[in-house]
Design a protein around this ligand. Structure first.
Ligand code: SF4
Length: 259
């Protein structure tokens, strides 16, 4: 699969039917990836293949670059619908993440008050009080939970630190009291000969139970963008995703499926 390292600290805007005009904010270095996971499906590639030499942008650099871009977009008459924290790794791992969120909300309120602030996170830092409070302040707090099987997570998300505990992550997502959107990747196939299909009932049933326990505001399920030639990951079918989506919605929780 061809991988992508995003410019930093601002990339895009990207136009999408689902989100409208999304301006990306990347808190990682511009020349590599920094993440507390090393997912086998990561569009940025494996951590080991993209070790950065540059530093992360500072809070001041992020704010200055964001303001420059918003002024430019304002002059073009095309302001963003959403400011999305994503890019080359885990945004909440930035040491000034909370301050960056404050700056971003201030700039959003000045230039594009209708725009939403979204954070795409793997939830591994969300139990830290300052990160938790910052995520409470954003419009869309989107937290990854691909499965509730620790064994599967070790195989597919591959946490880069030894103390990762999925039960702690579940409790953390639940502690947002509904101010969280759970994002889950469903896929089929193998990696190094090991089965990585999480669409079977043995994965879906306990995941659904956990979704009910967490009661997020919304669930977003998706699958890999395209089949990947370098390892044998396969897309989950639209029928499979729709069936899972319908079971989430039957619990009274809004759910979208992208394929
Ligand atoms: S959490 Fe996201 S950025 Fe990190 S390795 Fe997984 S897919 Fe890539």
């Amino acid at each position: 699969m061809s991988t992508v390292i995003y410019p930093s600290p601002i990339f895009g805007p990207v136009h999408s039917r689902r989100l409208g005009i999304s301006l990306g904010i990347n808190l990682m270095p511009a020349d590599g990836k920094v993440c507390t996971f090393d997912c086998i499906y990561c569009e940025c590639g494996f951590n080991a293949d993209h070790r950065p030499r540059l530093k992360r942008p500072t809070r001041e650099e992020v704010a200055a670059a964001l303001e420059r871009k918003l002024k430019e977009m304002q002059a073009d008459g095309q302001l963003p619908d959403v400011l999305t924290f994503a890019g080359n790794g885990e945004p909440t791992a930035h040491p000034q993440f909370a301050e960056v969120i404050d700056d971003t909300i201030r700039l959003r309120n000045t230039y594009c008050p209708e725009a939403k602030v979204s954070v795409l996170s793997n939830a591994t830092m969300a139990m830290r009080p300052e990160v938790h409070k910052a995520l409470e302040r954003v419009d869309n707090n989107i937290l990854k939970l691909d499965t509730v099987s620790q064994e599967y997570i070790n195989k597919v998300n591959r946490p880069t630190y030894p103390t990762y505990d999925v039960r702690e992550i579940i409790e953390t997502i639940r502690s947002f009291n509904g101010h969280a959107i759970v994002q889950t990747m469903f896929m089929r196939g193998t990696m190094d000969g090991q089965d990585v299909d999480n669409t079977g009932e043995e994965y879906v049933a306990p995941w659904l139970e956990t979704i009910k326990y967490i009661t997020p505001r919304q669930v977003m399920i998706y699958t890999i963008d395209r089949e990947t030639p370098d390892h044998d990951l396969k897309k989950a079918s639209p029928e499979t995703l729709n069936a899972i989506r319908d079971r989430v919605m039957a619990m009274g929780i809004p759910c979208s499926a992208a394929y």
